[in-house]
Design a protein around this ligand. Sequence first.
Ligand code: SF4
Ligand code: SF4
Ligand code: SF4
Length: 267
Amino acid sequence: MGKNDAKLNRRQFLKASAAAVVSLAAVGSVAYWLKDKSDMRSRGLLRPPGAINEDEFLFACIKCGLCVQICPVRAIKLADWDAGLSYGTPYIDADVQACDFSCDSIQCAETCPTAALNFQVFKKAGEEAVTELYAKYNNKLPADVNPFKVQIHAMKRVYHLGIAKVDPEKCLAYHGKGYEGPLTKHRAKLRPPGKDERVHTDEIHVKREMCDLCAVYCPLGEDAIVMEKTGEGRMLPKILEGCVGCGVCEMVCPTEPKAIVIEPAEL
Ligand code: SF4
Ligand code: SF4
Ligand code: SF4
């Protein structure tokens, strides 16, 4: 091999190496972009109840859409192409339509064929609550005690989609203000606490001297949120341990931007 051939080979080698580095960097950037885009939490979006650890979820979810179809309030949507690796996976935008647990049995998780939404945690909590109830009454339940309600309550409480956070500066109550108008400006569905029927939120007219809508419509009630006087003598929602991050409070909060939002849970 002559000197010129050796030079040529070295040049070819350097060129090939540079091309390989550029290709690897490009592949790395695309992978990073896909991963970055797939993080639904950073966009303030929630995974449906029972979602397992995010990395495992992305592999376990087969994007069948059964959870979307079964949800009676249509809270679950499938992510669009701009969601990177999360493309086609289910999420909830609580601001638009929160999970109000009105299916009564966490149907999205129950119907998931791969356990990407893990129903077992809910099932176990429900069964334990009913077993405890029967033990408490020596297997003779009073007529006014409904084991189904006890089971549902336990199931609702067990899983945290996130936790509600209040911004006092944006909150009407904190500024001594009320609210009158439709419960939400856009159309959403909700079963108000204590009622049997679901309603369209834009058809409900509400009038509050002092805003407390987040507390009134919370499906977990006083386990999760209460209106409380602050040290300065102003009213403000206080988030309690029982908050599961369902997002109903965010959906019905009349301020824009919302005074109460859900911080998605680390799954
Ligand atoms: S728990 Fe029920 S209401 Fe909530 S997202 Fe799942 S199916 Fe919908
Ligand atoms: S405060 Fe109530 S409505 Fe708001 S996220 Fe928590 S449980 Fe849901
Ligand atoms: S609904 Fe919104 S504005 Fe009203 S009390 Fe709750 S956080 Fe404040």
